[in-house]
Design a protein around this ligand. Structure first.
Ligand code: NDP
Length: 251
């Protein structure tokens, strides 16, 4: 459903998704905190805008720019997000809050901002990047998992509220994906010496092995992007799309 507004397009899944949608001829508004990171997408035919999902002025300006041209956002892809690892006992509350600002409150506000025009148009779609980490507990990633768990519930609840207005709400649920994000989950873990030092070391090595040495369940950003293209273009999208998630791990 066009036009498509995507957050977090400087790299990884967001960039691959913008590219894949533009290559199919869709009108794509690719956004990122650093506009210069979008030059290649502009060359590929995307419209580009600065957007920091934690900044209210920036959020409003981006949505207004798209609506000024098209009336309403056709599909919002809530993709921007990051993870900072650490055992629950040691994580700093401010770091957890920051993850919630980006991974939960940012997408929540983006939904609130695009919905009035979508309702008025009687059509719209919101595709949100959840994660397998929002479905299962992961040692060393509780804070990130909490944000994705919250995001999954936000999308599932919102779906019931806005269906009556012709707005679809879709969840993407990837397992590990080989992006900038990959492997940084534990490298950004605060390096304190203490009872979890060995655990941190072992977890980091496991993550490195999982992402860098390859595993049949690790996806490429292009694989996830292809699935987002389906979520955006399907006449009747599924409520959730999983990729690279081993069924035996699911609740
Ligand atoms: P990347 O790190 O490659 O991409 C993350 C994107 O989010 C970057 O463009 C980054 O921009 C952007 N971003 C971060 N904070 C903000 C902000 N405040 N405002 C706007 N953009 C922001 O990782 P991925 O492509 O892997 O991540 C994309 C999404 O996929 C995330 O939501 C992630 O949680 C999710 N995901 C990733 C998985 C994986 O294993 N890689 C697995 C499951 C889900 P900048 O360059 O400015 O930092």
């Amino acid at each position: 459903m066009e036009p498509v507004l995507i957050t977090g397009c400087s790299s990884g899944i967001g960039r691959a998704t913008a590219l894949a949608l533009a290559q199919r001829g869709l009108t794509v508004w690719a956004t990122a905190r650093r506009p210069e990171s979008l030059d290649a997408l502009a060359d590929a035919g995307c419209r580009v805008l600065p957007l920091d999902v934690t900044d209210e002025q920036s959020r409003i300006a981006a949505v207004e720019a798209v609506e000024a041209e098209h009336g309403s956002v056709g599909t919002l892809v809530n993709n921007a997000g990051y993870a900072q690892g650490g055992p629950l006992e040691e994580v700093r509350l401010d770091d957890v809050r920051r993850q919630f600002e980006t991974n939960v409150f940012g997408p929540l506000r983006m939904c609130q901002l695009v919905l009035p025009a979508m309702r008025a148009a009687g059509r719209g779609r919101i595709v949100t990047m959840g994660s397998a980490a929002g479905l299962i507990g992961t040692p060393g990633a509780s804070a990130y998992g909490m944000t994705k768990w919250a995001l999954e519930n936000m999308a599932d609840s919102l779906r019931y509220e806005v269906r009556r207005f012709g707005v679809d709400v879709v969840l993407m649920e990837p397992g590990g994906v080989l992006t900038n994000f990959a492997g940084t989950e534990t490298s950004t873990w605060p390096a304190t010496d203490g009872p979890y030092t060995a655990f941190r070391h072992n977890t980091h090595k496991q993550m490195e092995r999982f992402f860098r040495e390859g595993s049949r369940v690790v996806s490429k950003p292009e694989d996830v992007a292809a699935l987002v293209v389906r979520a955006v273009t399907a006449r009747r999208p599924r409520t959730r799309y999983k990729i690279g998630v081993a069924p035996r791990l699911m609740p």
